[in-house]
Design a protein around this ligand. Structure first.
Ligand code: F6P
Length: 321
């Protein structure tokens, strides 16, 4: 392998920079040319690539976002886009591509392999933690910590005013962030897409707690829950039971910020291993970490197999609240 391209794609997640740094520096260490592709699949289509150096990834391990930029590419969903990207990689004699991103990035790699004969390795980079074949995705730990810190701050106000809050967190169709942030933040209730939400039960629990003279109350809801958004839930509760909840939607603050220790370490290990395993001939797999070991999962499986949220923790939120 002489030339490896590295890109970030889809929604950014904290730790992507650490993964890019690790892949670039490992490649240089092994005498391989690392090429950075800017703006994900759009950059492949537009031939937006640059040779990276030791210095181009200096001082980025602690930064959120991604120095390579990223996007959700509409053009890459069309065959012409994929073919164009494949031709650009071919013309530049790129031997392999390391792509860091979420399920959309994985789908893209499967399409790219239909038109390009280079090797591809995917690294799981998304705050949602919804990829099969890894205990955690790069960015998830930081996002949960961000959500927990926000809940802590909301709790101060909830407690001071004896009032109720609904806090909406990200995660697309998965409840991982909601569950962990709710447990760590001591929330009274959590609503996740994996479990049918019972709004009547939620209300009666609030009644029971008020009878015990606990008046502040925090409900965490995952954005993908079938009860709808935090605003939908608040208006449902108002309509049905006449109670008022304040609503906070955490939104994109969960995507940014300096990556946590866990995310930096995971990203550094995976970025390094991606190059090592490419040299040994690996192709078409996502590299994850399960119980401390590197695991190779066929890319299609990584985004098609549903990764279970730790539902025991759901019961724990209930018991501890
Ligand atoms: O996949 C990461 C994520 O932040 C999801 O949690 C969320 O549903 C989505 O991206 C938001 O995407 P966008 O920033 O494109 O609106």
């Amino acid at each position: 392998m002489k030339k490896v391209a590295i890109m970030t794609s889809g929604g950014d997640s904290p730790g992507m920079n650490a993964a890019v740094r690790a892949a670039v520096r490992t490649a240089l260490h092994k005498g391989i040319e690392p090429w950075g592709i800017f703006k994900g699949y759009d950059g492949c289509i537009d031939n937006n690539m640059e040779l990276m150096s030791h210095l181009s990834v200096s001082n980025i391990i602690h930064r959120g976002g991604t120095i390579l930029k990223t996007c959700r590419s509409d053009r890459f969903r069309k065959i012409e886009g994929v073919q164009r990207a494949a031709k650009n990689l071919e013309d530049r004699n790129i031997d392999a591509l390391v792509a860091i991103g979420g399920d959309g990035t994985m789908r893209g790699l499967v399409d790219l392999q239909k038109y390009w004969s280079g090797k591809v390795i995917a690294l799981p980079g998304t705050i949602d933690n919804d990829l099969y074949g890894t205990d955690a995705t790069i960015g998830y730990d930081t996002a949960v910590n961000t959500a927990m810190t926000a809940i802590d701050q909301i709790r101060d106000t909830a407690n001071a005013h004896d009032c109720q809050f609904i806090v909406e967190v990200m995660g697309r169709y998965s409840g991982h962030i909601a569950l962990m942030a709710a447990l760590a933040g001591g929330a009274e209730e959590v609503l996740i897409p994996e479990i049918n939400s019972d709004v009547t039960k939620l209300y009666s629990k609030m009644e029971t707690l008020s009878a015990k003279e606990k008046y502040s109350y925090i409900v965490v809801i995952a954005e993908g829950d079938e009860a709808g958004s935090a605003f939908d839930l608040a208006s449902d509760l108002k309509k049905r039971f006449g109670v008022s909840y304040k609503v906070t939607v955490l939104g994109h603050i969960q995507r940014g910020g300096s990556p946590s220790v866990s995310d930096r370490i995971l990203a550094s290990k995976l970025g390094n291993y991606a190059i090592e395993t490419l040299q040994k001939g690996s192709n078409g797999v996502m590299i994850g970490e399960v119980k401390g070991d590197f695991v190779h999962t066929p890319i299609e499986q990584a985004f098609k197999v549903k990764k279970q949220a730790p539902l025991l923790l759901y019961d724990l939120v209930e018991v501890l609240s």
